[in-house]
Design a protein around this ligand. Sequence first.
Ligand SMILES: Cc1cc2nc3c(=O)[nH]c(=O)nc-3n(C[C@H](O)[C@H](O)[C@H](O)COP(=O)(O)OP(=O)(O)OC[C@H]3O[C@@H](n4cnc5c(N)ncnc54)[C@H](O)[C@@H]3O)c2cc1C
Length: 819
Amino acid sequence: MSDFPASARAVIIGGGIIGCSTAYHLAKLGWKDVVLVERHKLTSGSTWHAAGLVGQLRTSANITQLLKYSVELYNKLEAETGLATGWKMNGGLRLACNEARMTEIKRQATTAHSFGLEMHLLSPKEAQDLWPIMDIGDLVGAAFLPTDGQANPADIAQSLAKGARLAGVKIIEETAVTGIEVVKGRAVAVVTDKGRIAADVIVNCGGQWAREIGALAGVNVPLQSVQHQYIVTEAMAGVPKNLPTLRDPDRLIYFKEEVGGLVMGGYEHNPIPWLPGKDRFALPGNFAFQLLDNDWDHFGQLMEQALARVPTLETAGVKQMINGPESFTPDGNFILGEAPEVKNFYVGAGFNAFGIASGGGAGRALAEWVAGGEPPMDLWPVDIRRFGSVHRDKNWVLTRTLEAYAHHYSMAWPHEELESVRPVRVSPLYARLKEQGAVFGWKLGWERPNWFAPKGVTPKDEYSYERQNWFDHVGAEHKAARERVVLIDQTSFAKFMLVGRDAEAALSWIASNDVAKQPGTIIYTQMLNQRGGIECDLTVTRVAADAYYIVTGTGYATHDFHWIASHIPAGLDARLIDVTSGYGVLSLMGPKARDVLAAVTPSDVSNAAFPFGTAQEIAIGGAMVRALRVTYVGELGWELHIPVETMVAVYDALWAAGQAHGIANAGYRAIESLRLEKFYRAWSSDITPDHSPLEAGMGWAVKLKKNVPFLGREALTALAAKKLPKLLACFTVDDQSVVLLGRETIFRNGKQVGWLASGGYGYTLGTNIGIGYVRDPQNGVSAEDVLRGTYELEIACQRYPAKVSLQPLYDPKMERVKA
Ligand SMILES: Cc1cc2nc3c(=O)[nH]c(=O)nc-3n(C[C@H](O)[C@H](O)[C@H](O)COP(=O)(O)OP(=O)(O)OC[C@H]3O[C@@H](n4cnc5c(N)ncnc54)[C@H](O)[C@@H]3O)c2cc1C
């Protein structure tokens, strides 16, 4: 090929809606020399056969913003490119057939209001006025999102491709990528069946083939192709052009209007994966504009539900059935961002049957991520770094993905845990804690005790939107931590060693707090991006002149490792090593913690000999343990980092010594309650890459007063010079009938000013507690502004009076509420 490019600034692999949108947005950002390579024709993968519903509401504010942007773009794309998109903003209806679903819908409506999306509650009759051909005999209520809509997926993608071409992108069809060249951990070229293209950046938008494309570069893209079916009917009476889309989750089905008839599909509880390859997982490369065989037997369960909802479907002719494969992921969210394994290799894939809805926004976010070298905003729910080693096992991914698919329209219960392929990673104490009634939760492959069922209580979560069955038992663990002493197995913490002659210099650049301290010092620090936003929130312990021990949250293992490793300045002698599997962690917390520890160790653990914020190696039960004097629950305590093979011996010694003090096991739900009372921030909810330490009220942990450079310093200095656009505050709602979960809308003096980032219950205070930002980007927000206001929280569409605080709510000296 004479005009085949030898090099490009960016090569995008895959000409579905995501590749086209990413190309379009990269070009709009002014990138020249962008090449899109498609193995067949544009849209020939999953895009051409999508149903085309475009809904916007997600549980994350930023992902909802991405989807809102898709709608904004689709509203104007046709005018820009001259290519029709089939986009119409006919609104979206959501039905509830029982009280629990109605509560879910009300909570979703509040979430929508928090995120600036219109969503109205409707009576069954009002819903029927919008959708006259449905039976409403079983409806409890409904909700309507007027700005949702539908599009013609292939046309949207073609229109984006045209926009991209007009802005200079070169699109090469009938060209397959067969290899990726990686040199010294950087992607440098794609190899195709037509030739090689050297590239600064490679973007994998290969849809369900993205896993195989990733593997060419040694990158894991954990997705699984699953069969998804819908039917298209002949024209039906009572189906106007502007009929809203309809989701009926209790019946597992969805509808949209198409040429005067209906499209109807759904999410069955027993999905069928697409496993066509000899090794089951390899997908055929020649699968273009193709469908899988119709499976009417399997579809029957959805058809039955649809007939009950729309009785006239009985006589409607079915024009076509579509059985299309689409990539799904183990947690139902798509996969975006730079691969942690290979620099300059990006992924945008795994769209879980909402790739058309996401197309505009995900393409823009990915383009901005490529252009800026870091995510343009907090994209944690979809960040490729949310995965870990468990996600490298294709069989594991298959089973968990099918479970997530089956849950698509199930009730999304608060605190719900997925159940399949467990346990995988367990602490040495797993069996012992299970014997004592531990109910485990799942985090990045790990089993973690959420709570302990006392004797006679079934150790199992029972989900509801009210107080759940564990509520009082967690209260008892909370009380034990505040008044006596508890042991918490936190073995799943991610643990790294940063070692080398220049470890201090490297960490001083990456961390925003001062880490140039004496060995034995623990430093609580954030790590900031160029915008001053918080990328990591962790503790580092200096263990030697040339070594730091870094501890961070279980779920952030891949993300934080990647962040630190990739920001070590070039030329410095500092290496990051993951030592997670080497150490178990037991947190010994509570006013009696010192008495228990003193009974099992020969070391002096008095406050004078072992002050807060320091670490020592101490002996317990024949094991040498790294003891860190820190707390995330607001009580006297130590985090004990224990060689795994000695974990049981250490636990037994502490447990025996603790008997005299009423020691108890506690789990992660107790930690949550305890930390809310102390207003300790949690990364990924209260603090994220969108929030600076100043806005989060944590300026005290930043070395701005020291004259040393660090990542994010400029942004923070600029921010400190003005009134802040938002400030993190703590809220309480005394009404005991209320359950706070996060995302509830904050009203100040009757005006909407934000939403809760996290919510729960404080047992010592006997009140509901939420944490969220008070926002006023125009005028700025000061502490005085926050405290002057009168507050209400909207919870499931109802407002409740709330009190505000900028200080921890719990003070150890306060009088305790009697449980
Ligand atoms: C039945 C069905 C109904 C759906 N309904 C909806 C809906 O109502 N709303 C919604 O939002 N979403 C829906 N979806 C989902 C939507 O279709 C997808 O999420 C979206 O099309 C994914 O786009 P993509 O660009 O990631 O992947 P694709 O469209 O599959 O594009 C990937 C491209 O990569 C190319 N490629 C692969 N390997 C190579 C290689 N080695 N070299 C070069 N090119 C390569 C492929 O040929 C393909 O064109 C539905 C999906 C199905 C199956």
